[in-house]
Design a protein around this ligand. Sequence first.
Ligand SMILES: [Zn+2]
Length: 63
Amino acid sequence: MKLFYDCNTATRLMIESEDRELTKREKILLRLHLMTCKLCRNYQKQMKGMAEYLNKHFAEEHL
Ligand SMILES: [Zn+2]
């Protein structure tokens, strides 16, 4: 029984979520995977940190 996403699917969805709204099912399965997978949690943290850095950078540039 394949209940959770594997790491490839999880990371792909994290990247896609930047460009499109994930479906409810995708969000739930992704969250379940993140709860059980430390590697992908780290990856998500890195992605989030980078997005915040870029936002901050561009926000300051436009002041
Ligand atoms: Zn994973």
